[in-house]
Design a protein around this ligand. Structure first.
Ligand code: ACM
Length: 541
């Protein structure tokens, strides 16, 4: 699959490749000006403008030949009422790399401005972005839509705009007319903070990286056999003891409720919903180790630092199990503005099928009582679940289990499905045999594998209307540092982000790999420690 890294087999293919080619021709025309000698000097040399290479590809993009907008130290940002954080977020990014003052005001003129405002023409997260010689105009039906449009705007500027320190310009964007809205409502990524703990700062960094690709859902895997990561009032040992280690025996860690609220707020400022997960009935050893009374035999097992799965189970028959879960889910519901609580439900190999069904049946009303909808891994379809619940389809490769059946069972009960097929969307799978991090139980996932699938054509009996969206989980058994996170998530998280955003009919690998290649220099300046897949024609300098 590696191919020749400098060639583009997408040449001449159906749009959006065609639009990119058209823009490239415009850029070439701007650089080579007939009649102007090469020695004419900078005053006579029009500035080269890179063609738009956007990820995710917008639903509609028109390039305006010969038109460009250049940011100067006199440019202003006008964020009209209702713009939320979109204007200040944009100003923050542009100021640190350009060094320009870029004053942010609520009203202003129409020249040399980037203007953001609400418009009744766009819906949901949809937006319109018009880059002309005089101005950049961004309109959306909501602040969330403006925020998504800001991510497009960023990608129209040169890669150096992502630098945390001041860089030389010019800061020129190609003229475009973009009209855009997402295919799916749920475009998520999951961070496993249980197998290894990540600090608030690390989570916030990941949120910003995901936001650049219009991800709108952050699923936090807060508990597992190896660590309980959220402080719960009335149950102090869950975090203090259950959170005191990690895979490999490290020191672990946990979020105070203030920490968790800070993450939720940080995500909300980026129009990202947090979905907290408390896994059960299996993946519960850290909690069972913290309180003897949670165990059927009243004996607490030792803390666990290995990587086996499926050996632990809540005691299904004990009322204290549900007293605990009512407290945990109630406190999380109160701190989580989004509509969902994730109750896990995967790999319950030490729970009988009857007990499993009992457990799922009891959890539904607890989640509903706290005003939320239940999310669980696809196995929850085997239990009784309320319409409006969400099943997260993952298990494509675990032997006798057929995740497609429980996904269909969930849909038959009125649930929607979030697609996270382990052999496509799991960011912790190795790229190839030589990948130093990650696992391979679901297969090797090169970038092309992560990109070339359709969520509406994956599971027989689960159609477009049943799919709420997509999510890329990042399990952390082998991941410790930001570099580790970066290496596994980039460039595959942008694949999943585009699958969730861009219409299926407009996505081709040959086009995507070229647009993805243009992200490399952006990641280099941030910096993001990404995997330089041989399938992607990264620029050499
Ligand atoms: C899972 O990978 N056990 C959801």
């Amino acid at each position: 699959m590696a191919g020749s890294p400098r060639t583009d087999p997408g040449t001449g293919r159906a749009h959006p490749g065609r639009r990119v080619l058209a823009a490239a021709a415009v850029a070439a025309a701007l650089v080579a000006v007939p009649g102007v000698p090469a020695s004419a000097g900078p005053l006579h040399t029009p500035r080269p403008v890179a063609p738009p290479r956007l990820v995710p590809a917008p639903a509609s993009l028109r390039t305006l030949p010969g038109v460009s907008f250049t940011l100067t130290r006199h440019t202003r940002i006008v964020a009209r009422p209702g713009s939320g954080t979109a204007g200040s977020y944009l100003a923050g990014i542009l100021r640190r790399s350009t060094g320009y003052p870029l004053p942010l005001t609520a009203s202003g003129g129409s020249r040399d401005v980037i203007s953001l405002g609400l418009s009744g023409r766009e819906k949901g997260e949809g937006y319109r972005l018009d880059v002309t010689r005089a101005s950049v105009r961004l309109e959306a039906g909501s602040a969330a839509g403006l925020f998504r449009g800001v991510q497009t705007l960023r990608q129209l500027l040169p890669p150096a705009v992502e630098s945390p320190t001041v860089r030389p310009g010019p800061w020129t964007m190609p003229g475009v007319a973009v009209q855009d809205s997402p295919r799916f409502a749920w475009r998520g990524t999951m961070l496993d903070v249980s197998r290894h703990f990540f600090t608030v700062k690390q989570v916030e960094r990941y949120i910003d990286l995901a936001a650049l690709y219009k991800i709108n859902t952050l699923h936090l895997h807060l508990s597992d056999d190896q660590g309980w990561r959220i402080a719960i009032n009335g149950w102090p040992r869950l975090a203090a003891y259950g959170g005191s280690t990690a895979v490999g025996g490290g020191k672990g860690g946990y979020y105070t409720q203030a920490d968790y609220k800070a993450i939720v707020r940080y995500a909300a400022d980026r129009y990202m919903n947090v979905v907290p997960e408390i896994d059960g009935p299996s993946h519960t050893n850290a909690a069972l180790a913290s309180y003897a009374k949670l165990n059927c035999d009243d004996k607490a097992p030792p803390l666990y630092t290995g990587t086996e799965v499926g050996f632990s189970s809540w005691c299904i028959a004990k009322p204290v199990t549900y007293e605990l879960l009512n407290d945990v889910l109630g406190q999380l519901a109160e701190m989580t503005p989004g509509p969902y609580l994730h109750i896990g439900g995967d790999e319950a190999h030490s729970t009988t099928p009857a007990d499993y069904a009992t457990f799922i049946g009891k959890l539904g009303p607890i989640v509903a009582k706290h005003g939320k909808k239940m999310v669980g891994w696809n196995e929850i379809g085997a239990g009784k679940i309320a319409p409006g619940s969400v099943a997260q389809y993952w298990n494509t490769a675990t032997g006798s289990e057929d995740g497609t059946q429980t996904a269909r069972d969930a849909v038959a009960q009125g649930a929607k499905v979030v697609m996270s097929p382990a052999n496509r969307a799991y960011l912790d799978m190795k790229y190839d045999e030589s990948t130093p991090l990650g696992q391979d139980w679901a297969g090797l996932i090169e970038v092309r594998d992560s990109y070339e699938w359709d969520p509406a054509a994956l599971v027989d009996g689960v159609a477009e209307k049943d799919v709420l969206g997509v999510e890329a989980p990042l399990w952390s058994e082998t991941l410790v540092t930001n570099d580790d996170i970066d290496y596994m998530a980039f460039p595959r998280l942008p694949s999943i982000a585009e699958i969730g955003w861009t219409p299926q009919s407009q996505r081709t690998w040959s086009d995507f790999r070229v647009r993805l290649a243009a992200q490399g220099p952006r990641w280099s300046v941030m910096p993001v420690h990404y995997y330089r897949s041989p399938q992607v024609p990264w620029p050499t300098s």
